[in-house]
Ligand binder design. Structure first.
Ligand code: HEC
Ligand code: HEC
Ligand code: HEC
Ligand code: HEC
Length: 285
């Protein structure tokens, strides 16, 4: 009996600690991607690709995920990210069988603002953050047309087929096979237990590459679900996120010692993690 009460108490304690991190949202999970009312069809046209949305340009976009936005202005364009070290030649059609089609061409068909202009963008973010680090309302969403000038992606995080994740050395003790990152070494698996490996690298010529959808999941703006399929030791449930990120990422956490946003970056930047630098700290919510 005594041990039953103790177990029940421990269980209750575990549930309370977990639920302190979990969140419930009342708003629609598509968030800013409700696209001012147009909904799913703003991105996926049920018929006829981008011409099904009344746009001219290459309509065979629909052959990939029923893509319904005209991205033809971006076909074959070169964009350089990460200060110019990562040169990406965008696919020349939606039929190119590379991860930068569904992972980049899609996003940039609205978020470029320079080569691709057939969009409904207002060029500002819509987070409701109680904590502000400057003026959130003025953060641009058109990446190819921001303060660094038209068509410049120099100030953007390395993305594209040349932005490759690596293992070993100062990186995670992981392995990459067929473009999949396996976080199996002692440090990597400890990190997965403490936070998780939620990002979804693209697979290209057996390497794991970083595209927009590696970090972003366009269907859920403010909530991220950890379930039994997740590679994570966090309690299952729904966590707060922002900016459609694939993983707990809440800059508005009321605990100023929270490290969840830094943990997001450490999924790939092992050399800057607690696990690789002798700290026993896990994820602090
Ligand atoms: C802002 C654009 C956008 C909106 C709005 C959007 N999606 Fe998507 N969707 C995408 C992108 C981009 C992909 C490809 C993602 C990837 O490869 O990781 C995708 C993939 C999918 C897939 C998988 C298809 C495949 O062949 O891989 C389905 C199903 C889907 N979306 C359904 C929906 C539904 C239903 C809605 C509305 C509730 C919706 N989407 C709203 C951008 C969007
Ligand atoms: C059909 C056009 C469309 C496509 C395609 C699209 N978006 Fe968006 N996105 C929007 C709109 C509209 C907003 C609201 C901001 C605005 O109007 O500038 C937005 C906002 C965002 C924001 C900021 C949300 C916030 O927190 O305020 C992010 C991040 C984002 N999109 C990422 C992506 C990614 C990644 C992809 C590709 C997987 C993508 N989007 C594809 C239309 C699109
Ligand atoms: C390595 C991860 C990563 C990749 C790759 C990435 N993003 Fe982001 N993105 C983020 C993070 C993190 C934020 C939120 C930054 C913050 O907290 O202010 C963000 C924010 C954004 C925003 C909101 C505006 C802003 O500048 O903060 C947009 C729009 C966006 N990303 C689109 C894209 C598109 C399009 C791509 C592909 C070309 C892309 N992202 C690739 C991590 C990434
Ligand atoms: C999906 C994996 C992934 C995630 C998540 C990620 N990065 Fe990276 N990052 C990379 C890769 C790959 C490179 C390029 C090669 C390298 O440095 O290993 C890179 C490079 C960088 C660079 C160097 C850029 C340059 O100009 O050389 C910075 C700075 C950086 N990342 C910051 C961040 C920040 C901040 C976050 C979190 C918001 C983040 N990264 C999240 C994979 C990632």
């Amino acid at each position: 009996m005594k041990s039953f009460i103790l177990t029940a108490f421990t269980l209750l304690l575990a549930v309370t600690t977990a639920s302190a991190q979990l969140t419930k949202v009342t708003s629609d999970v598509l968030g800013a991607h409700l696209n001012y009312g147009r909904g799913c069809s703003a991105c996926h046209a049920p018929h006829s690709g981008s011409s099904g949305n009344g746009m001219t340009g290459n309509s065979n976009s629909g052959n990939s995920a029923l893509w319904g936005v005209d991205a033809s202005g971006l076909y074959g364009k070169t964009i350089s990210t990460g200060g110019g070290k990562y040169v990406e030649v965008l696919p020349s059609s939606f039929s190119a069988n590379t991860p930068d089609v569904s992972g980049m061409l899609t996003c940039l068909s609205c978020h470029d603002g320079n080569y691709a202009t057939n969009s409904i963008m207002k060029n500002r973010v819509y987070e409701t953050l109680p904590y502000t680090y400057g003026n959130r309302g003025q953060i641009p969403t058109l990446l190819g047309k921001n303060s660094s000038g038209a068509s410049s992606y120099l100030g953007d995080h390395p993305s594209g087929l040349s932005a490759q994740i690596s293992c070993g050395g100062s990186k995670w003790d992981c392995s990459i096979s067929k473009g999949q990152v396996n976080m199996t070494g002692p440090n990597a698996s400890r990190f997965v237990k403490n936070y998780g490996f939620f990002v979804q690298p693209g697979s290209y010529n057996n390497s794991a590459v970083v595209v927009c959808t590696t970090c972003h999941e366009p269907h859920s703006m403010n909530v991220f679900t950890v379930n039994s399929n997740s590679s994570s030791g966090l309690p299952q449930g729904t966590y707060a996120t922002t900016f459609f990120l694939r993983g707990p990422y809440n800059p508005a956490d009321t605990n100023v010692a929270s490290n969840q946003t830094a943990q997001f970056c450490r999924q790939c930047h092992a050399e800057l993690s607690n696990e690789m630098n002798g700290s026993t700290s896990g994820t602090i919510f």
